[in-house]
Design a protein around this ligand. Sequence first.
Ligand SMILES: C=C(O[C@@H]1C=C(C(=O)O)C=C[C@H]1O)C(=O)O
Ligand SMILES: NC(=O)CC[C@H](N)C(=O)O
Length: 765
Amino acid sequence: MILLIDSYDSFTNNLASLLRQTTHQKVITIHNDAFPPDQYDTFYNDYLSYFDFMVIGPGPGHPANDDDVGIIKFLFEKFKYAKQAQSQSVIPVLGICLGFQCMCYSFGNDISRLSDVRHGQVYDIIPDNDIENLLFNDSMTGFGNVRYHSLYVDEVNDEIIPLAYCYDNDSKVLMAARHSSLPFYGVQYHPESICSTNGEKLVRNFSKIAYDYNQKVNRTIKGHSDESTLPQAFSSHTVHEDYLIPNGIIENKSNTSTDPDIYLKKFQLNNDIDPTDICDYFNRYHEKFFLLNSASIPGEWSIIGLPVLSENEIITHSVDALEVHINVNGNHSTLPIKDKSEVWKLIGSKIKEKYIPRSDINTKLGNYHERDLPFFGGYLGLISYEEGQHVILEQLESICNGNTPDLKLIYIDRFMVYDHTTHDWFVVSIRPNDSEWCESIYTRLTQAEDLKLSLDDIPSSVKDYVNESDQNLIKFEFPSRDIYNQQFAQCQDYLHSGDSYELCLTTQSKITLPSYVNAWDIYKVLTLRKNPSPFSCFMDFEDCVIISSSPERFLSWKNTVDNKKQVELRPIKGTVKNTPEVDIVQATKILKTPKEMGENLMIVDLIRHDLYQFTEQVDVTQLMAVEEYKTVYQLVSVIQGQLSKQGYHGIDVLHSSLPPGSMTGAPKKRSVELLQRIESMQTTSTPNGRRGIYSGVVGYWSVTDEADWSVIIRSVFHYADDKENTDQTKIWRIGAGGAITVLSKASDEWEEMELKLVSALQAFK
Ligand SMILES: C=C(O[C@@H]1C=C(C(=O)O)C=C[C@H]1O)C(=O)O
Ligand SMILES: NC(=O)CC[C@H](N)C(=O)O
């Protein structure tokens, strides 16, 4: 077994996977603070002997800082006293990046700051072949590897023997070394990155070194490939995810009937009728709808949920309170919870209850369409940034007079689906005996004469919905550029000190409008007139509203024909303005540069890490392609995985990967904590850096256990109980930001933030 010590990095699981795939050994991961200092000795004396070798992973911070490295510093101190090299109590160690720096530092070497910090940049590693260099084969010369570091080991003393360098601006930077007598090795670069090479060779070589050492000193290794051989007091501290679906299996529901209640009617309308037209029709009749609209490529489907508000279940959670509210059929119940994760378990058990296997649907409906519908009823809704992990909740304040809604899900059992490629419409109900409802919708829509919205009737600005006499009520409040510059400088400090590799710095702007301005009208101006997007959405809940024109998928999951659970993430990083003067060739030139590619690479590696928690099958199927949107060009990557580990479902991935890495930067935990502090500086920002709905996700989770969630950006949102609402006016908020790296310039980042802000703001101008 291999012990991997994680310093809360966002690449650790990539390393774990590389280790597993190369050695076929079990990898046990613990955080560097899993054990309190009074248990360090027990750890050293009793637990290390279970492992063949130990890998100390990368992470934010500095080797000298106890909070950054936890038990690692202690372990190296102990090893120092066991310096008689052939000691049984010494375990072979491979340090990666921070782990490597810790090794060098412990043996008396200084850690300095790089003058040119490298985050997500590929450099050739040049091993020193003039010495016996077991870490690198002869075949490993000048191979490209990704660097993510601000700090480095400059000069080394006799205890550390350099093994490899890279050349950077004519200076040599130490890239690998070993201890002179102990079995300790390390590399400064990241062999586990998607853009690194020879990672497997490196691990194989080190594993051989470790094996030979263990043989030579006769180290007895107590652990075997089975985790259950580990002492209970140890294994309770390892990093693992609980199952959110009770018993880990969705298919095992007690009362599975193979004859689900489901009624579907397929029909066509005039080809130019689109989901916005249909919703506008329902709006005219004051009927409630929730819309997920793929209003531009690569979108293929749109979903319109048609609930009866007094009947359909609505789940509400706020991170301000340890309770969940459920409204259904006019009844309201409040469930106390111990922590946030219980909300997730609750929705996990709900979908398990409601689960309908796709095979049953297909049996029931026969060959209803050439492609399976993506959604067959289920939950539609949003999840805020703060509902994700790592936000320091104690510091938050509510945006609202009461609690701020952070998770809102509505159960949808009546809905329409539109196939944008075939122009087929479906009206579907999964309520018992509900065929009449489907028929009535079909009849109404096919007979309606006034379905097509005329673009001429939609003004080019929301302002046009405000009476002449009320124009003075419209107010805009934007972030201060001076404060932004200070925030940018703070980000740079953290990027240079090694605390972060990339920080997605965001701002908030506020728009005050008369209360009577209708949310649906705002949606129409934004998505029909200004910014059509593949993930636009409209959700008007009682306590919050989201109007989104997002281009970014966060996560989708679906079952493949051979019944595999396929997950996909589509992070966007790298932005260029789309103007008549900039075509895709020019945009590509700007985007395919070290700055933009480094930004994107970091998030790709972070997302691979998020996925490797649940599966060994992670593929980057698209690396940094340039995609064109109405207002911007973006660099987009696609990461796919198949959930092979028994018991895990898409919901587990969603829960453990929020907030989206593209909205935080890397490493996620430290970056979220830093950003929370930095973002609270702006006066337009919500209290204590709360982002609220912006930076969260919106989407659906179908009863077939399939889902699609987009990142809430290029969006407008509103809270019914916003502290800043007045009797006459409502506050609408727009968030905007971008990734800051060491290659960023404050003025360019400000402009990029403004560009993204304008994507949504232009609807109000
Ligand atoms: C933060 C925003 O967008 C995010 C940041 C991007 C970037 O830094 O290039 C691109 C897409 C989003 O992941 C935003 O639109 O407000
Ligand atoms: N990737 C890492 O482990 C980084 C190590 C250290 N925090 C640095 O920035 O140099």
